[in-house]
Ligand binder design. Structure first.
Ligand SMILES: Cc1ncc(COP(=O)(O)O)c(C=O)c1O
Length: 274
């Protein structure tokens, strides 16, 4: 964020955070979604706190609040009217019907009120995976996530990295056979058909491509039990061990623990050292 905000400041750009998954997560003690001029939070059913569909626009730039409210209110100044600031309301700008229904808002309110508990339960399950998977990482079967010291995450996902994309794809199929609903994460936008059509990157993104091809998301939800997590870990070990995963040097230097010395490629070690 420091680098992004510094570039934006220097070039006179605005910053809009995609904080879709970021509720109850922080960077250096500051809640995500509060760094830029605005941020978008998702309440899609796949998020930690949700209302089925929907989201929130966080407006941090005071100069944007009035227009944001008008866009939200179908392009009218109805909110100002409701506050008694004007005698009647009318259409003053573009807009749409972005506001949730009362029912949706009531459902979401209960989720938001339970936010700290939900996050604590997810973090507990996250940590249980992390500890149970340490021996698999030490054996070179997979790489666990690394959370930088200045970041406080919210247990949204637990993922592991396999040695390569072929191993990941085969592992996903075999995990399904063992009743484990593990999945890949997103196809990087720049390599998706629409990304290639509508956007471009200044350089190839080999690290993004590599990581996305090797990533497995494990089932994680607040009520997941110790037994269910043990089943997932056991299944991962049964699936990955025969695939002989020890020969690949670490291809993702950005995911190395920050305190660890770089692993020389000639050591042929797959895994990190914490
Ligand atoms: C990082 C990120 N951005 C944006 C979105 C889109 O959110 P929504 O489905 O609420 O539009 C998601 C949803 O998965 C996401 O994870």
């Amino acid at each position: 964020m420091d680098a992004i905000l510094e570039i934006a400041e220097r070039r006179g750009l605005v910053v809009i955070e995609d904080a879709a998954q970021a509720l109850h997560a922080a960077f250096r003690g500051k809640q995500l979604g509060t760094f830029g001029d605005a941020a978008a939070i998702s309440f899609h059913e796949t998020k930690n706190l949700m209302s089925g569909e929907g989201g929130a626009l966080v407006v941090n730039n005071p100069g944007w609040t009035e227009r944001a409210e008008i866009i939200w209110e179908k392009g009218t100044n109805r909110a100002a009217f409701a506050r008694g600031e004007i005698a009647r309301y009318t259409w003053v700008d573009l807009g749409s019907s972005f506001l949730p229904s009362e029912l949706t808002a009531a459902f979401l309110l209960a989720q938001l009120e339970a936010g700290a508990d939900v996050t604590a339960q997810r973090l507990f399950a996250w940590q249980r995976y992390h500890e149970a998977l340490a021996p698999l990482e030490a054996a070179g079967l997979l790489i666990r996530p690394t959370v930088p010291a200045e970041c406080r995450h919210n247990g949204h996902i637990y993922y592991v990295l396999t040695r390569d994309g072929a191993t990941r794809d085969a592992a996903l199929l075999q995990l399904r056979e063992q009743n484990v609903m593990a999945v890949m994460h997103y196809v990087p936008l720049h390599s998706s058909p629409a990304g290639r059509r509508f956007a471009r990157t200044p350089t190839p993104l080999p690290i993004t491509d590599d990581l996305s091809s090797r990533l497995i998301r494990l089932p994680l939800y607040p009520s997941i039990s110790a037994q269910e997590q043990a089943h997932v870990v056991g299944a991962l070990e049964r699936v990955l061990a025969p695939m002989g995963c020890l020969a690949r040097p670490h291809a993702s230097p950005t995911l190395q623990p920050r305190t660890a010395a770089p692993i020389p490629a000639e050591m042929g070690v797959f895994g990190s050292a914490d």
